[in-house]
Design a protein around this ligand. Structure first.
Ligand code: KG4
Ligand code: ZN
Length: 370
């Protein structure tokens, strides 16, 4: 049973008032936020001051647990979050060298993600908020990924075009402020990271697929095979990556899918050519769509975040796109350690919600979509 369901509504109102008092008190002094992230397969906690000074960041990865299934198994993820959430939060607080009185708010990613995973972080955050009398802040995981591109930047010229490329999502935003990204387009089928992961499985490369494809592609020729680019019409800012993934599958198994997967009999260099050609096709689409979004919005700045933003070829290709404008567009990319899921991005974005007085209460629920 959810202990919060039985809470007295006046207690909830009290917490929201308390949040506002904390907001007033914080004027002029630094604001420490404890961030919690459990949306997929990383249990993470971090303490960040004033949205940008990282006092601690702890990430417990579940890669080893999901590896043999070739993808994230929700029940296994949920159980692992339950086991890790307390030690990870305790370590984040200890590393930050802060006491509970130094924490001004508790922030948690409550959407989107696997509900059975999100609920662990949300329950931990609500419990700490209640027991420690701290304001609670709900964070959209996707918006947090974009915030990580702004971690090292003081005052970027906004609006920006923001490209989010992760395992579950691929989207373009018109980014006016950290709290108001406006969706311009998103994937209609597989996300970019999901396509990397699935193609890695076809090529019998290790899990997680993105880094494995990138490593393998380094030894291959990106022009060796012409995989299809799906642009979805000349004005579309949506994405589709299932076609390129299927093209790789047909390439390896034959058009009728009746043949054996030829990967076992392929040379290392043939596999590297497939990886490099696939990677190049995906990056080509990402760059072309970002260009469309820049031209549609007239933005001077481009933000890149999400797990696939760790890919060096993508980082370089977007830099080349930005440099091709006169004057050049400013490209801001999440630092590598904050591309994949982490809690620094959650605590960092929460700072803007804290300053705007946007608090949640103890009825906060996880949401699969967002
Ligand atoms: O953002 P993230 O940690 O989780 C989600 O919110 O989904 O992204 C994970 C995704 C995985 O699909 C992983 O294969 C991909 O990011 N990824 C990469 C690279 N590193 C991680 N994809 C391509 N190249 C990489 N270097
Ligand atoms: Zn993510």
């Amino acid at each position: 049973m959810d202990v919060f369901a039985s809470l007295n509504p006046s207690r909830l109102t009290g917490l929201v008032c308390l949040a506002n008092i904390r907001l007033m008190q914080s004027k002029g002094k630094s604001v420490n936020i404890l961030g919690i992230e459990t949306s997929c397969d990383e249990t993470a906690a971090a303490v960040v001051a004033d949205g940008r000074i990282v006092k601690s960041s702890v990430v417990a990865s579940q890669t080893k647990l999901h590896e043999k299934y070739g993808g994230v198994v929700p029940e296994i993820a949920s159980r692992a979050h339950i086991e890790k959430i307390y030690p990870v939060i305790a370590e984040a607080i200890q590393q930050a060298d802060v006491g509970k009185d130094d924490i001004d708010a508790i922030a948690v990613a409550n959407q989107p993600g696997l509900t059975v995973a999100l609920i662990v972080g949300v329950t931990a955050a609500k419990t700490l908020s209640f027991v420690w009398d701290k304001p609670l802040i709900a964070i959209n995981h996707l918006h947090a990924h974009l915030q990580s591109a702004l971690l090292e930047q003081n005052s970027p010229e906004l609006p920006a075009v923001a490209l989010l490329v992760s395992g579950g999502h691929t989207s373009l935003y018109n980014y006016h402020s950290p709290l108001q990204p406006i969706l311009l387009g998103s994937t209609i089928d597989d996300a970019a990271g999901e396509a990397f992961d699935k193609v890695a499985t076809i090529l019998k490369l290790p899990y997680p697929g993105g880094p494995a494809i990138e490593r393998t592609a380094k030894k291959g020729n990106p022009d060796a095979i012409k995989f299809p680019l799906s642009m979805l019409g000349k004005d579309s800012l949506d994405f589709s990556f299932s076609g390129v993934k299927t093209a790789v599958l047909y390439y390896c198994r034959g058009q009728d899918m009746k043949g054996e997967n030829k990967v076992d009999s392929m040379s290392q260099s043939e596999i590297a050519d497939i990886a490099a050609s696939f990677q190049s096709a995906v990056i080509n689409v990402l760059v072309k769509k970002t260009k469309r979004a820049i031209e549609r919005t007239g933005a001077e700045t481009v933000l890149l975040g999400g797990g696939v933003a760790a890919n060096n070829q993508l980082r370089t290709a977007l830099q080349q796109l930005c440099d091709s404008y006169k004057p050049a567009k400013k490209l801001l990319i999440a630092p590598k350690q904050y591309c994949t899921d982490n809690a620094v991005m959650v605590a960092s974005l929460a700072y803007y919600k804290f300053k705007a007085g946007l608090f949640a209460d103890l009825t906060l629920e996880p949401k699969a979509s967002g």
